[in-house]
Design a protein around this ligand. Structure first.
Ligand code: SF4
Ligand code: SF4
Length: 441
C-alpha cells in the first residue's frame, strides 16, 4: 500500500517520456522527408553559431525589452528544471528533498530557483500583457488567428501555473518544516515563498500536507504534460533552436544556390569544346533533377523542414519585411507556419496509411500562393533578424524556381526580362548589335 504513490509516479513518468519519445521519432521522420543537403562542413563555426545564438540568445537582445524578458524566462525555466531531477528521485524512491544533504549548497540552489521562478512569473505576465492588452502588432497579423494565438497564450498560462505550483509547494513545505511534521526536514532557503507562506497560517498539518503534495504532484505532472505539448506547439523551438542554429547556412546570405544541372548546361553552352555526352565526374549529379524547385514540402531540403518546426512564430521577420510593411500579402512567418502545417499533414498521412498517399494537395497554391512568393524582394531582412537563424527566403526562392522552371508561371514583367536576357544578353529589349548606338549620338 505504501508504495502505491511510487508506482503511480513511475507509470506517469514512463507514459510521459514514452509519448514524448514517440513524437520525437515522428518529428525526425518528418524532417527526413526533406531532400539531402550537406551541412557537415566547418564544425567549429557551427558550434560557435549555436553557442552564440541558441545558448547565448545572441540575436534576442536586438529588441531589448522582449530580448531581456526572454532571457529571464529561458534561463529561469531551464535552471528551475534542475529541481525536477530531485522531484523525480523523490517520486521514484519515496524520499523527500533527497538533495538536502548538500547543506548550504542546497539552500543556495533552492533560494536561486525561487528567485528565478518569481522572475519567470513576472516575465510571462509581461509577455501576456504585451500580447493581449498592449496588442503588439506582430502578434495580431492575420496568420496569428485561431490556434497560433491560443498556442502563444497557452504556453504563458502553463508557465504561470508551473511557477506558482513550485512556489506554493515550497511555501507549504516551509510551514510543515516549522511545524516539525514527519519527513519535512528543515532544508532549503525560501526567499520568495516565505512571503506566500503566511497565507497558509493556522492550517492543520493534514491540510498543509494535502496542499503541499497536491502542488508537488501537479507540478511534476504539469511538466510532463508540457513536455508532450511541445510537439504540437511553436514551443518546440526550445529544443530545436540548437540543431537549427548549428545547421544554418554559413555562406554569405545573398549567395544563390545554383542548380548543378543548370550550371552544367550553361557551361556547355559557353565552352565550344565541351562534350555534352561526357560521363559525370565524381560527386556530380547525373542527368536532370526530377523536379526543378519546390512545389511541396518533400521538394525542400531537411534543413528547411527543420526550420519550419523551429519557428517560434515571433513575427520579427514579418515586422522587418518590406513587402509586408508596404501592404503586400507576404508574411515570412506565414511561409514558415504553412510549411510546418503542410509537413505535419504529410506526416499524419504517412502515419495513417503506412506511406504517403496522394491527397491532391501541395504546399504551393493550397498553402502558399504565387502572389505571396512574387511579393518577396529577396532582401534577406527576415533571415538577418530571425533569432534562430531561419531562412523563409530559401523556401520562397525554391518555390519561385518551381514556378519559373516547371510551370513557366513567372509574372509577365519577369518573363519579358528573361526572354530579353535569352535573346539579347541583357534585360532590355534592344539588340546586342545596337549596344553602342548611344556613342553615335
Ligand atoms: S527576403 Fe522576402 S520575405 Fe524576407 S524580408 Fe525580404 S521581402 Fe520579406
Ligand atoms: S522565421 Fe524566425 S523571425 Fe520569423 S517568426 Fe519564425 S522564428 Fe520568428
Amino acid at each position: 500500500m505504501q508504495y502505491i504513490p511510487n508506482i503511480i509516479f513511475i507509470l506517469a513518468l514512463a507514459a510521459g517520456i514514452g509519448y514524448f519519445t514517440m513524437n520525437v521519432r515522428k518529428l525526425i521522420r518528418n524532417i527526413r522527408l526533406g531532400k539531402d543537403i550537406d551541412r557537415s562542413d566547418n564544425k567549429s563555426a557551427r558550434f560557435k553559431n549555436m553557442a552564440k545564438i541558441a545558448l547565448g540568445q545572441g540575436k534576442m537582445t536586438r529588441r531589448p525589452v522582449s530580448g531581456f524578458l526572454h532571457i529571464i524566462v529561458y534561463v529561469g525555466f531551464i535552471i528551475i528544471n534542475i529541481e525536477v531531477l530531485e522531484i523525480i528521485i523523490d517520486g521514484i524512491f519515496g524520499t523527500h528533498r533527497i538533495f538536502s544533504f548538500l547543506g548550504g549548497l542546497y539552500d543556495f540552489l533552492i533560494g536561486s530557483f525561487e528567485v528565478l521562478a518569481f522572475l519567470v512569473l513576472v516575465g510571462v505576465i509581461i509577455f501576456w500583457i504585451r500580447r493581449n492588452i498592449v496588442k503588439i502588432k506582430r502578434f495580431w497579423n492575420p496568420e496569428m488567428k485561431g490556434w497560433p494565438k491560443n498556442d502563444g497564450n497557452l504556453i504563458l498560462y502553463f508557465e504561470m501555473v508551473l511557477m506558482t505550483l513550485f512556489l506554493v509547494m515550497n511555501a507549504t513545505d516551509l510551514q510543515l518544516q516549522e511545524l516539525g511534521a514527519d519527513h519535512y526536514i528543515k532544508a532549503g532557503a525560501y526567499p520568495i515563498s516565505q512571503f506566500i507562506s503566511p497565507l497558509f497560517d493556522g492550517m492543520s498539518e493534514g491540510t498543509l500536507i494535502l496542499i503541499e503534495r497536491g502542488a508537488w504532484w501537479l507540478h511534476i505532472l504539469g511538466i510532463l504534460v508540457f513536455l508532450n505539448y511541445l510537439y504540437f506547439s511553436k514551443h518546440l523551438h526550445i529544443l530545436l533552436a540548437f540543431p537549427n542554429t548549428y545547421f544554418a547556412n554559413l555562406k554569405p546570405q545573398g549567395e544563390f544556390n545554383n542548380l548543378e544541372a543548370v550550371t552544367k548546361e550553361v557551361m556547355l553552352m559557353m565552352d565550344p569544346n565541351a562534350d555534352p555526352f561526357a560521363a559525370p565526374e565524381a560527386g556530380e549529379e547525373e542527368g536532370e533533377p526530377e523536379k526543378f524547385g519546390a512545389s511541396d514540402v518533400t521538394d525542400l531540403n531537411w534543413v528547411q523542414l527543420m526550420n519550419s518546426y523551429t519557428c517560434t512564430e515571433c513575427g520579427r521577420c514579418t515586422s522587418e519585411c518590406p513587402a509586408n510593411q508596404t501592404g503586400k500579402k507576404l508574411s515570412p512567418r506565414k511561409i514558415m507556419m504553412d510549411t510546418r502545417d503542410r509537413l505535419q499533414e504529410v506526416g499524419d498521412n504517412i502515419d495513417k496509411n503506412g506511406s504517403f498517399v496522394d491527397d491532391g494537395k501541395q504546399l504551393l497554391n493550397d498553402y502558399i500562393t504565387p502572389e505571396e512568393l512574387w511579393a518577396c524582394t529577396s532582401c534577406n531582412a527576415c533571415v538577418e533578424t530571425c533569432p534562430v537563424n531561419i531562412s523563409p527566403l530559401s523556401i520562397i526562392l525554391d518555390m519561385r524556381r518551381y514556378l519559373v522552371m516547371e510551370e513557366s508561371a513567372a509574372p509577365s514583367e519577369l518573363n519579358v526580362m528573361m526572354t530579353n536576357i535569352e535573346n539579347n544578353g541583357a534585360p532590355w529589349p534592344f539588340n546586342q548589335m545596337d549596344r553602342m548606338n548611344w556613342s553615335n549620338e
